[in-house]
Design a protein around this ligand. Structure first.
Ligand SMILES: NC(=O)c1ccc[n+]([C@@H]2O[C@H](COP(=O)([O-])OP(=O)(O)OC[C@H]3O[C@@H](n4cnc5c(N)ncnc54)[C@H](OP(=O)(O)O)[C@@H]3O)[C@@H](O)[C@H]2O)c1
Length: 203
């Protein structure tokens, strides 16, 4: 049996498409899925080149690292797509900010704490949620520097895994620590959200 592609993006809207563009630019293999099936994604995947594969949701869920790029209200339903998420790293790109009944849903929890409760067994990493999708996907000339992506997680190993991915995508990872510590700063719309920071080498 073929080894499953290591990375998957679930959600092909604004943020899922932006992530797919980053993977394509870096030449990193990734599965891309949505609710409508792979046929709906074939033209877009083909336009990005050979590293982006349009797949069914079930196949995407076989990947080790799953970038969850779906609306916040869909998180609960998405969590039910596997009974046990053990062995999976789920990257939470969602923001609850525009969800009308967010306070009622969150009941004082951070949005990624809520997501983790619906992904039992997963190592959940909050990342790629802090910038507008078009900013995230915009290419920077090397002399300008690398766009900063903040990462927060309660699993240091998963944080390192996602930081490596961020670096491989040509971006600069800044790990902020636990979800309830640094992760709070990237909960929309706290202080590090919508901050388009660029890392430059020290001189
Ligand atoms: N838009 C931004 O600039 C931005 C920036 C940072 C973070 N975010 C966050 O990123 C998340 C996605 O935002 P977006 O603007 O990309 O949304 P979007 O354009 O509406 O796209 C949502 C995608 O999620 C898919 N989806 C919905 N429920 C699903 C489920 N249960 N299983 C699998 N796929 C599912 C949809 O599938 P179909 O295509 O089949 O309908 C669609 O492809 C949100 O939580 C948002 O807060 C957005």
């Amino acid at each position: 049996m073929a080894t499953p592609t290591q990375y998957a993006i679930v959600g092909s809207g604004n943020i899922g498409s932006a992530l797919a563009r980053l993977f394509a630019r870096a030449g990193i293999e990734v599965n891309l899925a949505n609710t409508r099936g792979p046929e709906s994604l074939l033209p877009f995947a083909a336009s990005l080149g050979p590293s982006v594969h349009a797949v069914a949701l079930e196949e995407a869920l076989g990947s080790e690292v799953i970038l969850m790029a779906i609306p916040f209200p869909a998180v609960e339903q998405f969590g039910k797509s596997r009974g046990d998420w053990t062995g999976k790293t789920v990257v939470d790109t969602t923001n609850a900010y525009f969800t009308p009944n967010a306070d009622e849903i969150l009941q004082g929890r951070l949005s990624t704490q809520y997501a983790a409760e619906h992904l039992p067994g997963a190592e959940v990493v909050k990342a790629f949620n802090q910038l507008p999708a078009n900013t995230l996907a915009a290419e920077l000339a090397p002399e300008v520097g690398k766009r900063v992506i903040f990462i927060a997680t309660d699993s240091p190993e998963a944080g390192d895994r996602v930081a490596k991915l961020v670096g491989d995508l040509g971006l600069a990872a800044v790990q902020l620590g636990r979800i309830d510590e640094g992760g709070r700063l990237i909960q929309a719309r706290n202080s590090l959200v919508l901050r388009n920071l660029i890392e430059r080498p020290l001189h």
